[in-house]
Write a protein that binds this ligand. Structure first.
Ligand code: SF4
Length: 106
C-alpha cells in the first residue's frame, strides 16, 4: 500500500468518524432532555432557609423511583408545565421530583 492510499484511507475514515461523533452527541442531548432535565426548583437561586429545608429532606428534581414522584405526591399541585407547587416547601417542585416527605395522593 502506498502512502497516497494510506492518506486517502485515513481521510475517508475520519470523514465517517466525525459525523458519527456529532450524531452521538446529538443523541445524548436528546436523551438527556427526555430524561426530564427541566429544573423547576433551582436550590442555588434560593435563600439559605429554602435551600436548607430542601437539602434536609433530600429534594431532587428527578426521583429514583417513577412511582414516587412529586406528581404522585399529596403535597403537590401541578401547574401544567412540568412544574408545580409543593405545600411542604411552599414553593416550586418538579413533577418528576422527590423528597423524603413524599406521601401518596389520597
Ligand atoms: S413533599 Fe416532596 S415529594 Fe411531595 S411534592 Fe413536595 S417535594 Fe415533591
Amino acid at each position: 500500500m502506498s502512502n497516497d492510499n494510506m492518506t486517502r484511507r485515513k481521510l475517508l475514515e475520519r470523514g465517517v468518524a466525525l459525523p458519527l461523533g456529532g450524531v452521538l452527541v446529538a443523541a445524548a442531548t436528546v436523551q438527556a432532555a427526555q430524561a426530564g432535565d427541566k429544573v423547576c426548583a433551582d436550590v442555588n437561586a434560593m435563600d439559605s432557609g429554602q435551600r436548607s429545608i430542601r437539602e434536609s429532606l433530600n429534594y431532587t428534581e428527578m426521583s429514583k423511583d417513577p412511582a414516587m414522584t412529586c406528581s404522585k405526591c399529596g403535597f403537590f399541585t401541578a401547574k401544567g408545565d412540568g412544574c408545580g407547587d409543593c405545600m411542604i416547601f411552599t414553593g416550586p417542585a418538579n413533577e418528576t421530583g422527590h423528597c423524603d416527605s413524599w406521601s401518596a395522593k389520597g
